[in-house]
Design a binder for this molecule. Structure first.
Ligand SMILES: C[S@@+](CC[C@H](N)C(=O)[O-])C[C@H]1O[C@@H](n2cnc3c(N)ncnc32)[C@H](O)[C@@H]1O
Length: 229
């Protein structure tokens, strides 16, 4: 079966919640242009870095991305997020903590992924993707056959795709789509050997804002790790 085309021109969800306060507004105007990557500039940025590159899809408030950048100073962390308030929040952390190894894609991750060369990523994170629970919206879900095809193209062998979700249906959806992808091309291996491997948060996997909210509301997440074979 031919996988559906990736809906490259559509972006779902909200882009702005509330007006920015003066500091985040200043950071959007002054800091964002210094750290921003676009599909046109991302190749050059990764080449200039020369070392490992990790990508986080939909970083929300950027807590996980900022943590990874601090703890992995030799890695270039690229984060993509179309929600302005989230981008501004990450910029605040960058200004406070001074990480120089973060690049921000303000917008849809899909054209950015398309612009990256084969085997250019060592890690790819999709943490608590929008669940889109209604059946007629399933096609908006980030985890999809076209996404997995791109992920397989971009990840180096032995490197990792990490997906977290607190929605049982999305966890099943992810496992099912990985299985469907593997039937076409056996690119991913789910590394879990026992229940704790997906129920217990690994030490190098800090909690995101969505995860904290889900836990408060009694929905423990699943931490899925897939190795690019
Ligand atoms: C449910 S939130 C989770 C945020 C964060 N990962 C966390 O765990 O706190 C999903 C995020 O994905 C972002 N998103 C949705 N579609 C996206 C796309 N095409 N490219 C990049 N980010 C996207 C949304 O703006 C939103 O911030």
């Amino acid at each position: 079966m031919k996988p559906p085309e990736w809906d490259k021109d559509r972006l779902w969800g909200r882009h702005q919640a509330k007006k920015l306060r003066p500091r985040p507004q200043r950071l959007m105007e002054e800091l964002l242009p210094r750290v921003e990557v676009t599909p046109e500039t991302v190749f050059e940025r990764t080449q200039a870095h020369g070392g490992p590159v990790w990508l986080e899809v939909g970083f929300g408030g950027g807590e996980h991305l900022a943590w990874q950048a601090t703890h992995n100073p030799d890695v270039l962390l690229i984060g993509a997020e179309p929600f302005m308030n989230g981008v501004a929040k990450l910029l605040t952390q960058i200004e406070d903590e001074g990480q120089e190894n973060i690049a921000v894609r303000y917008g849809d991750v899909k054209p950015l992924m398309t612009a990256l060369p084969d085997k250019s990523l060592e890690r790819l994170f999709v943490l608590h993707p929008d669940p889109w629970p209604k059946k007629r919206h399933f096609k908006r879900r980030m985890i999809s056959l076209p996404f997995l095809k791109e992920a397989a193209r971009l990840l180096k062998p032995g490197c990792e795709l990490r997906v977290a979700s607190d929605i049982p249906d999305y966890v099943r959806w992810t496992l099912m789509h990985v299985q469907m992808h593997n039937r076409q091309s056996a690119d991913f291996e789910w590394t879990a050997e026992c229940r704790a491997d997906w129920t217990d948060r690994p030490e190098d996997w800090p909690q995101t804002r969505y995860e904290a909210k889900a836990r408060r509301e009694g929905r423990p997440p699943a931490y899925l790790r897939f190795t690019r074979t």
